[in-house]
Structures are given as C-alpha cells and as structure tokens.
Ligand binder design. Structure first.
Ligand code: ADP
Length: 586
C-alpha cells in the first residue's frame, strides 16, 4: 500500500503543501509579530510620554507619588513605574510603599538606561518579578535645563504577541488539515484518472511478457499514457511480425533439414554431436542416443574427425571422401563448413552423401562399355581379316572364298546376336519398359517353346522333360516369360556333356511360383556361380563363344524376372549339372 502510485502521489502533494505552508507560516509569523510589537510600542510610548509630561518635580518628591502612579496606571491600563535618575524605584502602580521600598535598583535595566540617556527606550523580556514576558517602554522625565530627572516606565504583558503567535499556529494547523484533505482528494482524483490507463498498460505488459504479442491495448485515453499505449501496441505488432517471419524461416529451415536426402550433422567446438537430421540417422543407422557423444565414437572415421577438427580450427570449408566399414559399409562424400557464433567458430556442419551406389554404377557403366567394345571387336577384327584376305586374291580361289565367306557370315551372326541381346537388355532397362501381363498357363507355354526349339534339341540329342503341373498359371507377360524359358533351355543344351537331359519343373510357394530348369551338364564352378547373371560374364568362355553365346542371356533372364517382381538363382555341381530357378509372385 505504501508503494502504490496513489500513496506516493498523496505523499508528494502533502509534503509540497506542508512545505509551502510552513514557509508561509514563518514569514507571516515574523511579520505579524513585528507589526503587533510595533503597535504596542507606539501605544506604550505615547502613554509614557503623556505621563512623563504630567509629572512635575514636586510630584517626584511627594509622598503621594505611589498613589499618583496607581491612578495613572489605572488610566493607561498598564503598569507604571517611576524611577529616579540613579535607578532607585520611586513608585509602582502595582505595589504599595513597602513593596516599592523593597525593589532593587533599576539603573541597569536596558530600557531605563536608554531613557536616562534621554531616549525613548524599549525592552521585551521575561519579568523577574512577574515571571511573564513583558514589553517595557521608558520615557525620560525632564527637569529644568533639559536634564533627565527621572524615568516613567510603562509595561504590559506581551500577551498580544503570544495571542498573535497562537493564532498563527492554529491557522497553520487548520491549513495543514485542509492541505491533508485536499492532497488526499487530489491524489485520489488524479490517481483514479491515471489508474485505468495505467492498469490497462500493466495488464498488457504482462500479456506481452507472457509472449502474447497479438494482444492490443484498447486505447480510450489520451496524453502521455495514450502515447505509451500506442508505442506498446506498435512494439507488440512489430515483435509479432518479426516472430512470424522467424517462425516461417525456422519452419522452412526445418523442412529443408528434415526433407533433404543429404545427411546433416552438426557438432560443437568440442566435436560432440549436437544435431542430426533423419537422412543422417538413416544413412548410419543412428538414433537420438548419438546426440552429445563424440563424433569419432559414433562414426569411427579418423578422416571425418580430422576434417571436422580442421574446419573448427581454420574456420574454412573443406570437402573430401571417406570409406567406412562401421557403423555401415560404403563410400561417402563429405562437405564440412564452420558454424560461426559470436565472431568465432563454435562448431562444424557436415553434409554427407552416400556415393557407394553411384560409384558402383559408374564402374559398371565403364566395365559395360569396355565389355561391349571387346565383344564387338573380336568378330569385327575377324571379318576385316577375312575380307582383306579375299581382296588380296583369295577371291580367285572359289573354294577358299566360300569358306572365308562362311566364317564372315558366322561372325556377322554373332555380331547380330550381340546387338539384338543388347537391344533386348536396353529395352528391358528403359523406364518405359512395360509388361503386358495376362494369365499364362505355364505347362502349355513350355510345351510350345520346346516344340519351337525341337531342331536345337535334336541337334544336341537332348531329351527335354516338361514336369510343370497342368493348370498352373502365372500372371505374366507371355512373350517376355517365353524369352526366359528359351534362354534357360538354350543354356541347358549348350553347356551339356554326353547325352543331355533337361527337366522343367514348377512348384507353388507361399505367395509365389518357383520354376526350375535343371540339366545334367558341365555345371558351374562355385567361384563363378554368384556372377553368372552379370552382363558378359561367362563361366566357360571358350564354350560360350564356340556355341555363339553372347554372355547376355542370363542377364536378360534376371531383368525380365525382376520386372515381374520375382527373383532368380542357380545351384550347380561342376560335372554333374546345374539348376536355374526363378520365382513369379502370385
Ligand atoms: P551365354 O551367352 O554365354 O550363354 P549366359 O548369360 O546365358 O551367356 O550365361 C552366362 C554363363 O553362365 C555362360 O557363359 C556359362 O558359362 C554359364 N552357364 C549358363 N547356363 C549354364 C548351364 N545350364 N550349365 C552350365 N553353365 C551355364
């Protein structure tokens, strides 16, 4: 309550009025005292002059002088004392003859001294006889020849001065009382005028402090408070706008942070991880437990930690690549930038990209181009050689010419096979490669293909058995599925020994059909088995070439099966035979 605005206002009003009143009191009091004193003095001096002129030298030595003094005193309404030139009291209106006799010598009283020197003199002091403050006025009584023969002294109690003083004190008290009341009323009225806007502003400030910057002060007041409210409102509006902008920015940043495919990781200057984005967590199988742990502990790569440490110490950007085995295996590209705060490097920002797959693809593409060139080069070189021989004269020998043309024809066929297999592969890999799926009765499809390949089988003296259960159908593209069967059957005959026996079987698995083509051929050594589905990979190079193989057949098989959503595989025992299988989802 003593700290309230209202009380302070009241106190300042009150002290102001008290100060004004007190100074007025002291100024006026002094003046009034002086005015009262001077009028008393004049009155006493007048009477003293009258009495002095009334006193004759005979009166002064008369035994009735005391009675005369009493009479004059009664008339003047004051005490009259008559003092001889030596200071002895001759008469006093308030005493009898014996009393006068007992009075001490008055020669040294200030007013008496003055009067004896011939001047009207005054003194204001406490009377030794009466114990009250008295005003004394002494007037010289002149003898003949201008000599002072006695002093007529009048005195009155200075009650009027006292009365004036007490009147002034009472007036001051009353004024103070009124000032108190007025101050109270005034402070109440003024603070009531202030209180409403003031309270509104305090309320709004609390809202702003609590972060509610959309709140606005309803301004139905003017003056300084009105300006303050306006300022607060516009301050809140600009803070609200800034916060909105910052929020938007932070949302955009956070969307970029969470949505980017690049791994983002931040560390403090102490190399401890402070932030991870979801891509980073996924890339290295991390979770929030990695936060605040040292980088080297989470991603054990000396190269990465060194990059980070250099970025922090040098404050410059760095990039590089790192090969990892832990926590995951792969090749990663790293871009590291310093994080600045307060004018110094406070950490490191890492952008990490998994480049394992792109690098593998690049390598595969390089290998593929080299393989294709190599595959094309051999027949082309042969063709060129034979053509040049023919041009060089061999054409004249009809038998040689026919033989060379046969060889050229064979190589041309090989080139044709390679190019058509490559075209098949590229059409299967094209993003537009579509499947025309329909229910395909598997046994019937295999039968018709076996019939179509009858010449191949009879040339190889092969026996082909179709053990696919009747009524088994797959949802597939019949033409492409036919290609799969043809390639597998062709291989089974190509890589056979003695009297080839080929069996086609099928079985139902949960959610898929598994089709197997097995033979009793030369088999595939285990070191080659995992790679036979790769382009141009040949386990038995010589035989493949001799049989006009392109090394692309199994790769076409894998592509077609994968396009159907299935998978491929092979089991083999060298010398005993191989069995190739593929699945088709049901
Ligand atoms: P190719 O045109 O040489 O037949 P493929 O891609 O069809 O090419 O086969 C790749 C390699 O896998 C062949 O060169 C051969 O070494 C091996 N291979 C494929 N099928 C069989 C099989 N049934 N028996 C033994 N080896 C096979």
């Amino acid at each position: 309550m003593f700290k309230t605005f209202k009380f302070r206002l009241f106190l300042s009003y009150l002290s102001l009025s008290a100060a004004v009143l007190a100074s007025a009191f002291f100024l006026i009091n002094d003046r009034v005292e002086r005015v009262v004193l001077s009028s008393l003095k004049t009155k006493l001096a007048d009477e003293a002059s009258l009495i002095s002129s009334r006193l004759t030298p005979a009166d002064l030595s008369s035994p009735r002088l005391n009675d005369l003094a009493r009479e004059l005193g009664g008339r003047a309404g004051s005490r009259v004392t008559i003092i001889a030139a030596g200071g002895r009291v001759l008469a006093d209106s308030e005493l009898d003859a014996a009393g006068v006799e007992g009075m001490e010598n008055h020669a040294e009283r200030a007013e008496v001294e003055g009067a004896l020197a011939g001047n009207v003199s005054y003194d204001l002091r406490s009377s030794a006889t009466l114990g009250k403050v008295m005003l004394y006025a002494a007037y010289p009584v002149s003898a003949s020849g201008g000599k002072v023969s006695a002093v007529a002294r009048l005195s009155v109690p200075a009650v009027e001065i006292e009365a004036a003083r007490s009147m002034m004190s009472q007036a001051l008290l009353a004024a103070l009382g009124i000032a108190f009341l007025l101050s109270l009323l005034l402070s109440l009225a003024v603070s009531a005028g202030f209180a409403r806007p003031f309270n509104k502003i305090v309320y709004a400030s609390k809202k702003f402090a609590a972060g509610e910057f959309s709140y606005r002060i309803q301004k139905d007041f003017h003056g300084e408070m009105g300006k303050l409210a306006e300022t607060l409102n516009s301050m809140a509006a600009s803070i609200e706008e800034n916060i909105g902008r910052l929020e938007l920015q932070s949302q955009q940043l956070s969307a970029a942070f969470t949505g980017t495919a690049e791994g983002v990781l931040m560390t403090g200057a102490d190399s401890r991880i402070t932030t991870l984005n979801p891509a980073m967590e996924k890339m290295f199988s991390l979770d929030s437990a990695a936060l605040s742990r040292p980088l080297l502990e989470v991603i054990p790569s000396a190269r990465l930690s060194e990059i980070c440490a250099r970025v922090v110490s040098e404050g410059a950007q760095l990039s590089g690549e790192m090969e990892l085995t832990l926590p995951v295996q792969g090749l990663f590209s790293v871009n590291a930038s310093p994080i600045f705060a307060g004018g110094r490097t406070s950490g490191c920002l890492l952008l990490v990209r998994d480049i394992t797959a792109p690098r593998r693809l690049e390598a595969m593409r390089r290998d593929f181009v080299a393989n294709v060139s190599h595959e094309l080069k051999t027949p082309l070189t042969a063709i060129r050689g034979y053509v040049e021989t023919l041009m060089g004269g061999a054409l004249d020998n009809r038998a040689d010419a026919l033989e060379f043309l046969g060889v050229i024809h064979a190589h041309t066929l090989r080139l044709d096979n390679i190019v058509s297999d490559l075209l098949k592969l590229s059409s299967l890999e094209a993003p537009s490669a579509g499947l025309k799926k329909e229910p395909v009765p598997l046994k019937a499809l295999a039968d018709s293909l076996i019939a179509g390949l009858a010449s191949v089988f009879s040339a190889g003296k092969a026996e082909v058995v179709n053990n696919i259960p009747a009524g088994l159908a797959a949802q597939a593209d019949p033409e492409k599925l036919g290609q799969v069967f043809i390639n597998l059957l062709d291989n089974a005959v190509k890589f056979s020994a003695g009297s080839p026996r080929v069996e086609i079987a099928a079985q139902e698995l949960p959610g898929a059909l598994k089709i197997t083509v097995s033979d009793n051929g030369i088999g595939i050594p285990s070191e080659h088995l995992p790679r036979v589905f790769e382009r141009f990979y040949r386990a038995d190079k010589a035989r493949s070439r001799e049989m006009g193989g392109t090394g692309l057949g199994l790769s076409i098989v894998r592509h077609v099966v994968e396009l159907h959503g299935g998978s491929v595989g092979a089991d083999s025992a060298p010398g005993r035979g191989s069995s190739f299988w593929f699945t088709l989802p049901v």
